[in-house]
Design a binder for this molecule. Structure first.
Ligand SMILES: [Zn+2]
Length: 84
């Protein structure tokens, strides 16, 4: 790996720009952005299912995965996910 480049090919000017994994500041901020987007995408999906009647938690207690599957099946059977 060139000393003045990160694994993604970004230019690295000083050693302070490089983290322990060899990635630069730009890589880090892009990674954080992806994680933020991933989180908000996940919540969008959760809210879409909730509006279809699926509950992922009860009073803050996570619902058993098998129960979530049962609710999903019921919502699907009742046409909650029909797009037409
Ligand atoms: Zn980089």
């Amino acid at each position: 790996m060139p000393v003045n480049q990160c694994p993604q090919g970004h230019e690295i000017r000083t050693s302070a720009d490089r983290d322990n994994g060899g990635y630069c500041r730009r890589c880090r901020s892009e990674r954080e952005k992806r994680q933020r987007i991933g989180k908000s995408a996940a919540w969008t999906v959760v809210r879409a299912f909730e509006s279809a009647g699926v509950q992922f938690q009860h009073d803050g207690v996570p619902v058993e995965p098998a129960e979530v599957v049962r609710q999903l099946t019921e919502a699907y059977a009742s046409g909650a996910f029909d797009t037409h």
